[in-house]
Design a protein around this ligand. Structure first.
Ligand SMILES: *Cc1c(COP(=O)(O)O)cnc(C)c1O
Length: 347
């Protein structure tokens, strides 16, 4: 780690498994998980359910499949799903809720990727033959397109409780839930206590090569297991992956280092005059708004070995992770200091 010459700030998905992970993968006890016989997968599912305070878990190949299996399990064709306009499950998962679940999406707005309880009340129409059946609310924590915003229970719980009062179920896309846990200093279990289902990614800041886990009630997970099979996500000796996932769960507190480095990046970029920003409760991301095309700054930095991603034509996202050390952060900042082009906000 830190030996490669490229500083890859595109995403926390780019980490490679540690040697300890590779060793655990090599030694993993395995069986056929479609028969429910992979002891390592079973252990991972139980462990994540325990950590998040839910009855059962389901290991799936990706965060996208976790979200889509959740939506399938909560809804029937023609049901209505309420989701923020900037949410991953809407913005970055193709037309999946329409394709698989046949759900109708109603988009809501609000700051930092979260709408208010009031907005939800306004959006839910009374039962009537003219309307879809309101069924599900999907929330996201941390919120990716809001710059990795960690959302505390004071903001989440009123929305979740209101959804329940309206007879809706609630799924939380917690791809980076443990970043919220660390940033807010609130146990993940508490952050999702009121929700019906939660998905987490093992393959982002936690550093596993592959995998997500969906958790919820026993009945919900039984249903989800059928839908995972539908989508082709029933894997066989998946214990080799789950073994890495179990180790990844031990990396939760290490996320604080990513947050510290993101903060250093943010401060350094601002000192250099960039229009860099983060959410009110930041985690492992920094956003830069560029007056000109974001692409030109991304390309210029790439030529210096600093990789970043865009989020729209005039926004860049930088993500810290396990493979970014303090030297990487300083190298990125000195490359930014040299750039005098259209990405530079002032002087
Ligand atoms: C990455 C991500 C996902 C999807 O995970 P994949 O494993 O890439 O499919 C879902 N939700 C959020 C918020 C994410 O950041």
């Amino acid at each position: 780690m830190g030996v490669q010459t490229v500083v890859d700030l595109r995403s926390d998905t780019v980490t490679r498994p540690s040697s300890a992970m590779r060793e655990a993968m090599a030694k993993a006890e395995v069986g056929d998980d479609v028969y429910g016989e992979d002891p390592t997968v079973n252990r991972l599912e139980v462990r994540v359910a325990e950590v998040l305070g839910k009855e059962a878990g389901l290991f799936v190949p990706s965060g996208t499949m976790a979200n889509q299996v959740a939506i399938l399990s909560h809804t029937q064709r023609g049901d209505e799903l309420f989701i923020h306009r900037e949410s991953h499950a809407y913005y970055y998962e193709g037309a999946a809720p329409a394709l698989w679940a046949g759900a109708m999406i109603t988009l809501l707005d609000g700051s930092e990727g979260l709408f208010s309880a009031d907005d939800l009340v306004q959006a839910v129409r009374p039962a009537n033959i003219h309307h879809p059946t309101p069924r599900l609310v999907c929330l996201e924590n941390t919120h990716n397109r809001a710059g990795g915003a960690a959302l505390d229970v004071t903001r989440m719980d009123p929305v979740i409780n209101t959804a329940h009062n309206l007879g809706l179920s609630v799924h939380i896309d917690g791809a980076r839930l443990f970043n919220a846990e660390v940033a807010l200093n609130v146990p993940a279990e508490r952050l999702v206590r009121e929700a019906d289902s939660v998905s987490i990614c093992l393959s982002k800041g936690l550093g596993a090569p592959v995998g997500s886990v969906l958790v919820g009630s026993n009945a919900f997970i039984d249903q989800a297991r059928r839908y995972r099979k539908w989508l082709g996500g029933g894997m066989r000796q998946a214990g080799v992956l789950a073994a890495a996932g179990l180790l990844a769960l031990e990396n939760r507190t290490r996320l604080a280092e990513d947050h510290r480095r993101a903060q250093r990046l943010l401060e350094g970029l601002r000192q250099l005059g960039y229009d860099a920003w983060g959410p009110s409760r930041p985690t492992n991301m920094v956003m830069i708004d560029t007056p000109g095309p974001a692409d030109s700054l991304v390309q210029e930095m790439a030529s210096h070995g600093i990789l970043m991603g865009t989020m729209g034509s005039q926004r860049i996202r930088l993500v810290t992770h396990w493979d970014i050390d303090d030297t990487g952060v300083e190298r990125a900042l000195s490359a930014f200091a040299q750039w005098q082009g259209a990405g530079r906000h002032v002087g």
